[in-house]
Design a protein around this ligand. Structure first.
Ligand code: ATP
Ligand code: MG
Length: 390
């Protein structure tokens, strides 16, 4: 039987005048990702609120899942059979193609949705198909709410598309459907998740990583590159800036006019300024960090105030109110946790004070910064940064 992949979108459907734009982006993303993976041309059609892809005879479901599970904007998807709209024919087709269950579910229901005019109601078709499956020997109890197994039918375009499993997608908005943002990414647990969250909202994220090399080894840089490579599978055209930061940190750490405890906040202010300069160069509309309210010394309200003051463009912190466990759960699902948890010396733990300031004062900071070549550092950092593409 002919097979067709049906993709449903979620929040995009709530858009009004802009809906076409988001649907087209999603359609194009699905096409590009499938073509990249299978190296053949795909026809990806849009019809009646669904995206349809005709599948080749010998398609392997798991290989398609691997692609679709990483596309934002997808609410769910199913690998359907192209069946009849006549209930008598359809129910037989459904029975004949029933999958082999390794573990037979105990309960089932038939779910019919239609977007075409038919001489019968959806509920009538559900009952009739359900009765047929029972008579044929499906050996499961009917359960309308929360069944273990659903025999699904969508009736439209004069076809009865039926399937036996609905996969959940990532949700969110289509990849690269919003403007660029610059994300400050460490090799830690939080910032990869923060970047992922903003990509999920459609932003195209450009990454900036500050490394301590040659004062640290290259492990940390490799770790952050590995993380960005993983994240690059969720958007198109990923770009990453690797900015040497060790020299600046060392200069600050060895300056006797700079109190040790204020260093962390100074480093962070500098990072934001450099990232802002990159954002301007890239025409990005804001910055992203993995900051989390109250988690570490640099994240007290006073220090957040002092740090943010250094940036004049919007700063997005999608993890601000999450518990660490919540973030770890997302990082585990995403796969970045495995890399982030590896021990490595990052540029931030280097040249760090033993007792960091918890309530930095903005006037003191400004006074200290007046005697530091901040603008030169920002310009030279951006200039000496290495750019990597994924
Ligand atoms: P993360 O797990 O993301 O490192 P964290 O909880 O360890 O976060 P901090 O180390 O204080 O918190 O960093 C706060 C934020 O500053 C990070 O989420 C990240 O956005 C940014 N940041 C920290 N270090 C770096 C770095 N070396 N390069 C780029 N951004 C960084
Ligand atoms: Mg960190």
């Amino acid at each position: 039987m002919k097979r067709v992949l049906i993709v449903h979108y979620g929040e995009i459907g709530l858009k009004k005048a802009n809906k076409d734009y988001f649907v087209k982006k999603l359609q194009k993303s699905i096409k590009m990702r499938l073509e990249q993976k299978f190296r053949e041309t795909f026809s990806v059609r849009y019809t009646l609120g669904r995206i349809l892809v005709v599948l080749s005879d010998k398609f392997v479901e798991a290989e398609y899942v691997e692609v679709l599970r990483k596309i934002f904007g997808v609410k769910n998807y199913k690998f359907t059979y192209v069946g009849s709209t006549e209930v008598k024919k359809l129910e037989k087709q459904i029975w004949d193609n029933m999958p082999d269950f390794e573990d037979r579910p105990g309960t089932f229901r038939v779910k019919v949705k239609r977007s075409m005019i038919l001489p019968y109601k959806s509920a009538e078709a559900e009952r009739e198909i359900g009765a047929y499956l029972i008579d044929s020997g499906i050996d499961m109890k009917v359960k309308l709410k929360g069944p273990e197994f659903t025999s699904d039918v969508e009736l439209f375009n004069n076809i009865g598309y039926f399937s036996y499993k609905t996969y959940r997608g990532q949700g969110g908005l289509s990849p690269n459907s919003q403007s660029k943002l610059v994300s400050l990414i460490s090799s830690g647990i939080d910032s990869p998740v923060a970047s992922y969250q903003m990509m999920r909202r459609g932003a195209r994220v450009i990454f900036v990583h500050f490394h301590g090399y040659p004062y640290t080894d290259k492990d940390e840089m490799h770790q952050s590159k590995e993380i960005v490579e993983m994240l690059s599978e969720y958007q198109f055209d990923t770009k990453m800036y690797l900015i040497p930061f060790g020299e600046i940190q060392k200069t600050i750490a060895t300056n006797s006019d700079v109190p040790a405890k204020i260093r962390t906040v100074l480093y962070r202010r500098l990072m934001l300024r450099i990232a802002e300069s990159i954002a301007k160069k890239e025409r990005a509309k804001g910055l992203v960090t993995g900051d989390n309210f109250g988690q570490v010394a640099s994240q007290t309200p006073e220090n957040m105030f002092a740090i943010h003051e250094a940036s004049s463009i919007p700063l997005y912190q999608p993890l601000i109110s999450l518990d660490k466990e919540d973030v770890i759960r997302i990082a585990e699902k995403l796969g970045t946790f495995e890399i982030s948890k590896l021990p490595c010396k990052d540029s931030c733990s280097m040249f760090m004070p033993k007792h960091p300031e918890l309530k930095a004062n903005i006037y003191d900071l400004r006074k200290i910064e007046e005697n530091l070549p901040i603008d030169d550092w920002v310009a030279s950092s951006v200039e000496s940064g290495e750019i990597v593409y994924f």
